[in-house]
Design a binder for this molecule. Structure first.
Ligand code: FAD
Ligand code: NAP
Length: 542
């Protein structure tokens, strides 16, 4: 049901923006609890991340069983994962399966971008404005808009100037693209670049990899899952979900190199010990120490071990040297790959190390750098996202007294209470907002926890006859301080670190470490305590 501005705008109890993992479960849960709810989604289908990021090689880097909903026994028993790090088509199919199974589509308006949200203090309601000029009223709004859903806009990408095809990993065409026999450039070597590069190298006539910062990537060791393993996990799902709840990152099954739990400092290890640990644990050797992420000397030793591993795998010493990262190890998000470094041993792959001369501009025939022009038929940008706050920065969100969320966050950083609400914006909930474990955890586990917390809160408000809920500034300030203390002394908060966790990939964005690093298990308890204390830190209005 849609209404134009001329008629009475539709009134919902809750509007959910986004139809990825977060929005789908939120919609289901609220409907189950009897709320009048509507979803709005910019895409033409469900899936969120897994709708937009259809590039070849895209997969999750969390184990597939972990990276799936645990709320429905029926769903987890019916669905069959075929690989340990499921591919994008498989995850997108899974989310479509869930949407069908729970009959969610009928309550989602697709192809509809939300551009404005305005809180009306007189009637405790939000008005939602769409790009098409429609508006809708709702008592509550849940922003299930994603942490990594807004591609960054950068000056080098000039689609008009380039005579070939321009593609983006994070809005890849649904029909795919035939790279066979083409000269292809990939710009960016974060998680997306590292996944797409080995796959494109197999089909392109020549692949040029434009690398500004080299990636710390570990082998994902992706493998097929046997029927026996599927049966085994299905028989013990309850145990897996319990282990997820107790795990700091909400992940029960390991991915990548498995190492013993860290108990020793790398700075205390002798050269001989480091050599034998490298022999035994390979790429895992950097993860088996207590001090690598907190002590710069320790970090440096681990970096040297990592560099040596690259030199062992990459044939050309000059290429190997270019692939060695110079950032602090652990500054940016861990990347996982399947055959990344060996790709650079192929004759049809050229690494363009932008540290030796950066990109100047895109020209009709390719990419012009300070090192010369590289002629290509296709450019694939794998250049990342305006993370965590990007989606809400794109919407003109106006709270109490016309307060702009965009302006507030630009001036003061991404203030939130528990990553769930922002003071000044009553009845607006964020799923995995800044200040929550979100991107430092298995996101699906974090999403389930947030969705369930929000749904329970709305039931509490309904049962208690409350019309609004709003984080207090005092609770928010304390939480923001607490979030900051969690990264004190860690390399990821170092000034030299230019990660998207800090917003450093977006010019002008205030540098604040955005996710909560205290662990999902700890955070879960804190959220539960808030509820037990009668929604401590929130003001409820009857
Ligand atoms: P999203 O999936 O981002 O969905 C948000 C939706 O909101 C989108 O569909 C978007 O179109 C819609 N939306 C946003 N703004 C508006 C608006 N104004 N109007 C209408 N609609 C709007 N996390 C992990 O834990 N493990 C992984 O292995 C992993 N792999 C990833 C791989 C890639 C390539 C990327 C990009 C991210 C990955 N992530 C991973 C993070 C991933 O984003 C989350 O795991 C999860 O999918 C987020 O779900 P979501 O529903 O919260 O957000
Ligand atoms: P990203 O990690 O931000 O990487 C972007 C890459 O593009 C970086 O190498 C960056 O270099 C480079 N870049 C950006 N602007 C550039 C420019 N103007 N010129 C040259 N290079 C430029 O983005 P992403 O790879 O899309 O990943 C984002 C996040 O999504 C990940 O961290 C992860 O959370 C999630 N993800 C997960 C997976 C997975 O394995 N499951 C896959 C993809 C994405 P600098 O580092 O120098 O800025």
């Amino acid at each position: 049901m849609q209404h134009s501005r001329d008629t009475n705008p539709a009134l919902y109890d809750v509007v959910v923006v986004g139809a990825g993992f977060s929005g789908l479960y939120m919609l289901h849960k609220l409907r189950e609890f009897g709320f009048r709810v509507r979803g709005f989604e910019a895409a033409t289908g469900v899936g969120g991340t897994w709708f937009w990021n259809r590039y070849p090689g895209a997969r999750c880097d969390i184990d597939s069983f972990d990276y799936s909903y645990g709320f429905s026994e029926e769903v987890q028993q019916e669905w069959v994962w075929t690989e340990t790090n499921a591919s994008q088509p498989e995850i997108e199919a899974y989310l479509n399966f869930v949407a069908d199974k729970l009959d969610l589509r009928r309550d989602i308006t697709f192809g509809t971008k939300v551009v404005g949200l305005r809180y009306n203090e007189s009637d405790f309601r939000w008005t939602l404005y769409t790009e098409a000029g429609e508006d809708f009223n709702s008592t509550f709004v849940v922003a299930a808009t994603g942490c990594l859903s807004v591609p960054i806009e950068h000056r080098i990408c000039d689609e008009e100037a380039f005579g070939g095809t321009t593609l983006f990993t994070n809005r890849f065409p649904a029909e795919g693209f035939d790279f066979a026999g083409k000269r292809v450039a990939v710009v960016g070597t974060g998680s997306s670049g590292v996944q797409v590069i080995p796959v494109l190298a197999e089909v392109a006539s020549h692949l040029y990899v434009f690398q500004r910062s080299a990636a710390y990537t570990l082998p994902a060791f992706t493998r097929k899952i046997s029927a026996e393993e599927v049966a085994d996990v299905k028989a013990t799902y309850a145990d897996l979900r319990l282990r997820q709840k107790r795990h700091p990152a909400g992940a029960a099954r390991p991915v990548g190199p498995v190492v013993p739990p860290p108990t020793r400092r790398i700075v205390d290890a002798s050269a001989e010990e480091l050599r034998s640990a490298t022999m035994e644990y390979g790429w895992g050797v950097t993860r088996m120490w207590t001090d690598v992420l907190t002590n710069l000397d320790a970090n440096d030793i681990a970096k040297q071990l990592y560099a040596e591993l690259i030199r062992q795998v990459v044939d050309d010493p000059e290429v190997a040297a270019s692939l060695v990262p110079t950032d602090l190890l652990g500054c940016k998000r861990q990347v996982y790959d399947n055959g990344y470094f060996t790709t650079f041993n192929r004759d049809n792959v050229t690494l363009v190390d932008l540290r030796k001369g950066g990109i100047e501009k895109v020209v009709a025939t390719g990419i012009q750098t300070a090192q010369g022009t590289f002629e290509v038929d296709v450019i694939v940008y794998a250049t990342g996202f305006d993370a965590m706050t990007g989606a809400l920065r794109k919407i003109d969100v106006r709270g109490r007294g016309g307060l702009s969320l965009r302006e507030l966050w630009e001036a003061k950083g991404p203030l939130t209470y528990l990553g769930l609400q922002v003071a000044g914006f009553p009845n607006l909930f964020l799923v995995t907002g800044p200040g929550s474990p979100s991107v430092l955890s298995n996101m699906v586990a974090s999403i389930e926890q947030h969705v369930e917390w929000i749904a329970d809160c709305l039931v509490y408000l309904r049962d208690g006859g409350y019309r609004s809920i709003e984080a207090t500034e005092e609770a928010q300030d304390k939480w923001v301080d607490h979030v900051a203390t969690q990264v004190e002394g860690r390399v990821s908060a170092e000034q030299s670190c230019a990660s998207w966790y800090l917003g450093a990939n977006v010019p002008g964005k205030k540098r604040v470490f955005m996710p909560y690093a205290g662990g999902l298990h700890v955070y879960r308890e804190k959220c539960d305590d808030v509820v037990t204390g009668g929604y401590q830190g929130f003001a409820l209005d009857a």
